[in-house]
Design a protein around this ligand. Structure first.
Ligand code: LMR
Length: 295
C-alpha cells in the first residue's frame, strides 16, 4: 500500500511491534505518509479518517487445518476490530482478509448492523488471491502471457466454495480437456493449502496475499476516485444466488460496491460446482451470524 500512488496516508496497526514496521516502510520513497500504532489504546487513532481499512489480523493455518479451524480465535479479533471501525471510521470501505472469510464477513456485517453503521456497499471479503492463483495456473497450462489472463472466481474463500470459472477465462483456450479443467479448479481451490503445507507449520500465504490485498485495495481506491469500469471479484452481500453473501464480479465506484454483477454462462461442470458449494458456504455464513449475535 506504501507503493500505491492513491494512498496519501497509511496507518499501520497491530497489538505490538508496529513502530518498527512503520519506520521501515516509511523509508520507501513514495508519497504516502506512514504512522504506526501499537496496542488497543491506539486503535481509534489508527482508524480515524480512514477511507479504506484492510483487516489481515488473526492467526494463520498450520498443515492439516482448514480455514474454519481458525474461527474460534479470529472471529473475536474481527468482531472487536469491526466494533472500533463502527466507532472511529464508520464510512470506510472494509477489506476483510482474516479467515475464515466466509464467516468473518457476515460477522462484520452483524457488528455494523448492531452499531447502526452497516452499508452493504462498503463491506468486502478479499478473494483476489483466488483470482491471482487461477490466472497464474491457467496461464501456465495454456501457455499465454499471464498479464493478459483474466479468470472470474465466484462463491467464497475456502476449499470447494472457491469456484474458478475457467469457461469464462480469457484469452480463450479450446484445447483444455475436462480433466485439465478439473485439475486447474482443484489446484485453485487448494492454493492456500499448497502454501500452508510448503511452509510446514510456519504460517500461510503472506507475500502473494499482500500482493492480492494491495490489488484489491487499489481497485477500491480507484473506484472511490471515480475511475470508471473497475470490476473485481469479491465476497459481498449478494442476491445473485439464494445465499446472503457470495463472491462474484462487482463494479467498484464512489460508494464502494456500485453493482454486484451476475455470474454469466456456466459450464455443466461449473453448475455442479456451484450447487455443491452452497451447503458449506451457507453453514459458514450462518456460523458467523450466530457468533456475532451470541456474544
Ligand atoms: C490463502 O488463500 O492463502 C489464505 O486464505 C490463507 C490460507 O489459510 O489459506
Amino acid at each position: 500500500m506504501k507503493l500505491d500512488p492513491l494512498v496519501s496516508s497509511l496507518s499501520l496497526y497491530d497489538i505490538a511491534n508496529t513502530p518498527g514496521v512503520a519506520a521501515d516502510v516509511s523509508h520507501i520513497n513514495s508519497p504516502a505518509q506512514v504512522e504506526g500504532y501499537a496496542g488497543e489504546e491506539q486503535l481509534g487513532k489508527a482508524l480515524e479518517g480512514s477511507d479504506v481499512v484492510i483487516i489481515p489480523a488473526g492467526v494463520p493455518r498450520k498443515p492439516g487445518m482448514t480455514r474454519d479451524d481458525l474461527f474460534n480465535i479470529n472471529a473475536g479479533i474481527v468482531k472487536s476490530l469491526c466494533t472500533a471501525i463502527a466507532n472511529y471510521c464508520p464510512h470506510a470501505l472494509v477489506n476483510m482478509i482474516s479467515n475464515p472469510v466466509n464467516s468473518t464477513v457476515p460477522i462484520a456485517a452483524e457488528v455494523f448492523k448492531k452499531a447502526g453503521t452497516y452499508d452493504e456497499k462498503k463491506l468486502f471479503g478479499v478473494t483476489t488471491l483466488d483470482v491471482v492463483r487461477a490466472k497464474t495456473f491457467y496461464a501456465g497450462k495454456v501457455n499465454v502471457p499471464v498479464a493478459e489472463v483474466n479468470v472470474p472466481v465466484i462463491g467464497g474463500h475456502a476449499g470447494v466454495t472457491i469456484l474458478p470459472l475457467f469457461s469464462q477465462a480469457t484469452p480463450k483456450s479450446n484445447n483444455l480437456s475436462d480433466e485439465e479443467i478439473k485439475a486447474l479448479t482443484k489446484r485453485t481451490q487448494d492454493g492456500g493449502t499448497e502454501v500452508v503445507e510448503a511452509k510446514a507449520g510456519k504460517g500461510s500465504a503472506t507475500l502473494s496475499m499482500a500482493y492480492a490485498g494491495a490489488v484489491f485495495a487499489d481497485a477500491c481506491l480507484m473506484g472511490l476516485n471515480g475511475v470508471p469500469d473497475i470490476v473485481e471479484c469479491t465476497f459481498v452481500q449478494s442476491s445473485v444466488t439464494e445465499l446472503p453473501f457470495f463472491a462474484s464480479k462487482v463494479r467498484l465506484g464512489k460508494n464502494g460496491a456500485d453493482e454486484v454483477l451476475g455470474l454469466g454462462p456456466l459450464s455443466d461442470y461449473e453448475k455442479q460446482g456451484l450447487e455443491s458449494l452452497k451447503p458449506e458456504l451457507k453453514a459458514s455464513i450462518e456460523k458467523g451470524i450466530q457468533f456475532a449475535n451470541r456474544s
